[in-house]
Design a protein. Structure first.
Length: 172
């Protein structure tokens, strides 16, 4: 009976520890992991007529599903940036043909990107916009799920609503 109680206590403690680590990572990075509805993202990508062979960057790639869609359906070279080590392990295990980098999205190399996808907080998308402007990046399409980049009203090319989700498409 003591062994069973100890086992249950260890399982609960482990769960609390994992939850705490995920929460801390989300707080530090200002971005929580919320999986995207991949069918909705696919419809957006179809409307945008993404070009094969281009470089697709997913900032805060989570479990890798959006990068996988860009690579395997739209034939793009995808790079996912994710700080959470568990999600990086999952992504690399699931999608061997995609490059996933375990690092802060604030330090992502965006110079080669043709498309950037992000599902970030309003504060985070504004910071990404400032980074893109500071680096003077050109010929770039940014797809922001859920949150508008308010400082880029003049760069907004399209707003797409699919299954109660807004996608804001910017052209640099």
């Amino acid at each position: 009976m003591e062994y069973l109680a100890l086992t249950i206590a260890l399982i609960i403690a482990s769960g609390v520890m994992v939850w705490t680590v995920f929460t801390l990572i989300s707080e530090i990075s200002a971005v929580a992991f919320v999986p995207s509805d991949i069918k909705g993202v696919e419809k957006v990508f179809e409307q945008l007529n993404l070009k094969p062979g281009k470089v697709f960057v997913d900032l805060g790639s989570g479990d890798g599903r959006v990068a996988e869609l860009a690579t395997n359906k739209f034939h793009m070279k995808s790079v996912g940036y994710e700080i959470n080590p568990w999600l990086i392990l999952l992504s690399r295990w699931k999608y061997k043909n995609i490059e996933f980098k375990q690092q802060s999205l604030w330090k992502a190399d965006l110079k080669a990107a043709d498309y950037i996808f992000c599902y970030l907080s309003p504060r985070a998308v504004e910071k990404i916009a400032r980074i893109i402007e500071k680096e003077k990046l050109k010929n770039l399409t940014i797809i922001s799920k859920a949150f508008e980049i308010k400082s880029w009203k003049n760069k907004l090319k399209k707003k797409i609503e699919i299954t109660n989700n807004n996608f804001f498409v910017y052209q640099i």
